[in-house]
Unconditional design. Structure first.
Length: 100
């Protein structure tokens, strides 16, 4: 199986409540993919709870049967729609894919 981890650092907001709302909005959109993309085996989204300046704001922890399924996810129209949506919220992301 392939584990696909993605971390997002959100844009700056003038108030912490605005950033929290943005994180929740992004999480909601991410979770919609879970039921729409059949190659996803496991899909979890978490919002960071610490104030560490080096921390990312959200993380996806997902799993796929094999590299072909991960690629099918990457090019899926619902994933592509999320990428376009997320450009309004995210300044940086990090990705790790590994076999487990």
């Amino acid at each position: 199986m392939i584990r696909h981890l993605v971390m997002f650092k959100l844009k700056e907001f003038s108030h912490p409540a605005e950033k929290q709302k943005a994180a929740e909005t992004v999480k909601t959109e991410l979770l919609k993919m879970k039921d729409k993309i059949p190659v996803i085996r496991d899909f979890e989204v978490g919002i960071n709870i610490t104030d560490d300046p080096s921390a990312f704001d959200l993380v996806i922890n997902s799993a796929f049967d094999d590299p072909d399924d991960l690629e099918a996810y990457r090019i899926h129209p619902d994933h592509q729609a999320f990428i376009a949506f997320n450009k309004n919220y995210t300044l940086q992301k990090g990705v790790v894919d590994y076999i487990f």
